[in-house]
Design a protein around this ligand. Sequence first.
Ligand SMILES: [Mg+2]
Length: 230
Amino acid sequence: MKEIQVIAFDADDTLWENEPYFREAENKFCSLLEDYLPHHTVNQELFKTEIQNLPLYGYGIKGFMLSMIETILKVTENTGHVRLVEQSLMIGKEMLSKPIMLLEGVEEVLKELNGSYRMVMATKGDLMDQERKLIQSGLEKHFHHIEIMSDKKVNDYRKLLRHLDCAPENFLMVGNSLKSDVLPVLELGGYAVHIPYHITWIHEEISHSIEHPNFHQLENIKQIISILKN
Ligand SMILES: [Mg+2]
């Protein structure tokens, strides 16, 4: 991959842990409503609400909080105590103050690549929350550009590449989501590396496997170094 000039990294579950915090929050939320419905039913209702709200709120914790409140109204048929709303807001605010846990090898890989490539962080999520995580992570110094994207579809990447003045064949995207970090980039003619994380949000899952000359499946971020030399 000698032609790579720009490497963009997804952030959540690629650089640092994120999905476990959502699973933990969902569990707490389902417990709040266990007098009304079983856990898995509340969870399904919450997921449905989140997906319906994605086009309105986008990705991130704030949208998740509003979806929890809406789920309370649905599950309790508008009879739930307002205390449930207060507790849901607390669950969300707790998520917004979680520590940043870097994944193994991230720091050393970024340090090694910085200098040889233009380094970009390209992530979905709430602007303020992603900025908070980036600053707390201590990784900001390794990146030339930070892009907080409302979505990661082909058109979003096209805009990013235009902004970076980078041709697709000089662009490599690294991330844990095949749907958001890999498929749209391959479609544009760029390169993509998938590093799976042990938990994936159902919304980010795809059922088929990917075979493509510009695609590499890795087990951990450290393997990027040798891939780039080939
Ligand atoms: Mg991710």
